[in-house]
Design a protein around this ligand. Sequence first.
Ligand code: A3P
Length: 276
Amino acid sequence: EGFGKELLKHKNKIFPYFANHLLKIKSLKVKNDDVFVVAYPKSGTTWTEEIVWLVENNLDFEKASTVSHTDRVLFLDEKPLDQSEQALSPRVFKTHLTFEYLPDQVETNAKVIYVMRNPKDMLVSFFHFAKWIKGFSFSGKFDAILDLFLQDKIIYGNWCEHVNQFFANSNVLFITFEDLIEEPFETTEKIASYLGKKLSNEQIQSLVEFTSFKQMRKNSSFCFQETDKNSEHNQLDLFFRKGEIGDWVNYFDEQMSSKLENKLKNELNPNILIKY
Ligand code: A3P
């Protein structure tokens, strides 16, 4: 429905990758210093990954500016497994997958950080992303994206189930995009302490600055190869589009909002608080 042919269906869920890779992921050997950053797409995955990578690599800002982000953080859903197997520790993985697709050993062996974003802003971000990324031949209107979300036909399946699953797991550190925006210092400190690292206030402050929207948007280690549908645009400006809470008001009318909120009322764990 407007998306490209590279999509794959498995047990009624739609994924952007190839089945033989997806189903092999479960067998990956997990080490106990591995960290997995999990999120539904467009929820602040990259932002969280960058904070985690820096914490795990002793705030190596030099390397974070010069080595491509896709070589530093292993995108589990896409990266050939032998490359992940051979990567040096500490390994930082990113994934949009839920536990049933993740390596069996993740739950017992690894640290998992889940980042949630309010679904209205997530969908607006998704809409823009789908318009320019190679592999999604999407050219519809915003309504079309909302409908896919409401019918669980958007990639990675039902959003509520995704969030509920990680929220319910007490080993997982659950943070939100809105926390990162509103309380960057506290949230970064929380991430570091979950990872077992004690950082000074100055170190946390420098981490917050390096991973601010303005700085990340300038960091060419984030130039992605997969883009280029729209080569006259700067890839960094497209990916780091707005980085704000509340852009949804420019896309949702009252009816659209109530459809979405109705779904959340029925399907989302009521203990999960969403900030718009
Ligand atoms: P917008 O499209 O709303 O700007 P993901 O990494 O999961 O794909 O999420 C991408 C979204 O996170 C984009 O949202 C992007 O701008 C935002 N983002 C990435 N890094 C950020 C940062 N350092 N500060 C604020 N927002 C950031």
